[in-house]
Design a protein around this ligand. Structure first.
Ligand SMILES: Cc1cc2nc3c(=O)[nH]c(=O)nc-3n(C[C@H](O)[C@H](O)[C@H](O)COP(=O)(O)O)c2cc1C
Length: 155
């Protein structure tokens, strides 16, 4: 099985999750883990499983990963299983009602990435998932790397 994990990350938290997912999938086949700005549309070709992740910023994925997915030709992910993840703040724990309201209404990166992957022809392997960081620069919250490994196990 050929597996691609593409991620974008500012402070390295999403990269840690992406690498944990990549390592967890190694027994399943040939895994390539690549940052969005170093990935090319050709990297998506002939992959059986494609996982895309991004830090959530302004309720969305980072620009490089959005641009990369937008550059994929229509239908080009046909035949591939796809899944999306993000990192995010635990907004449910936030005191600000405005922030909670906005996060509830505008969402996170993973759902949007997942929709784009399906719109490009991919078949959703598992529901999009978010992994929590403790603050804007991290760290990845306790237990989240393990949760990412277990999410990868469902793929
Ligand atoms: C400008 C900016 C906007 C952000 N917007 C959101 C947001 O809408 N929702 C959220 O949960 N976290 C938000 N965050 C926190 C990021 O999700 C967090 O920095 C990220 O998960 C860290 O991952 P990274 O180290 O891979 O960049 C924002 C952070 C920045 C700097």
């Amino acid at each position: 099985m050929k597996i691609l994990v593409v991620f974008d990350s500012v402070w390295g938290n999403t990269e840690k999750i992406a690498k944990a997912i990549g390592t967890a999938l190694e027994p399943r086949g040939e895994v390539k883990v690549v940052k969005a700005d170093a990935a090319k549309p050709a990297d998506f070709g002939e992959k059986d499983l494609i996982i895309v992740g991004s830090a959530t910023q302004k309720f969305n994925a980072l620009p490089a990963v959005k641009k990369l997915l937008a550059s994929l030709p229509a239908g080009s992910l046909k035949g591939a299983k796809v899944a999306a993840f993000d990192t995010r703040l635990p907004v449910a724990e936030a005191k600000s009602r405005v922030l909670k309201f906005m996060a509830k209404n505008f969402g996170y990166a993973a759902e949007k990435l997942g929709k784009t992957l399906v719109a490009k022809g991919g078949e959703q392997a598992v529901a999009p998932e978010g992994f929590f960081v403790g603050g804007t620069e991290g760290p990845v919250k306790d237990g989240e790397l393990e949760r990412a490994v277990s999410w990868a196990g469902k793929l």
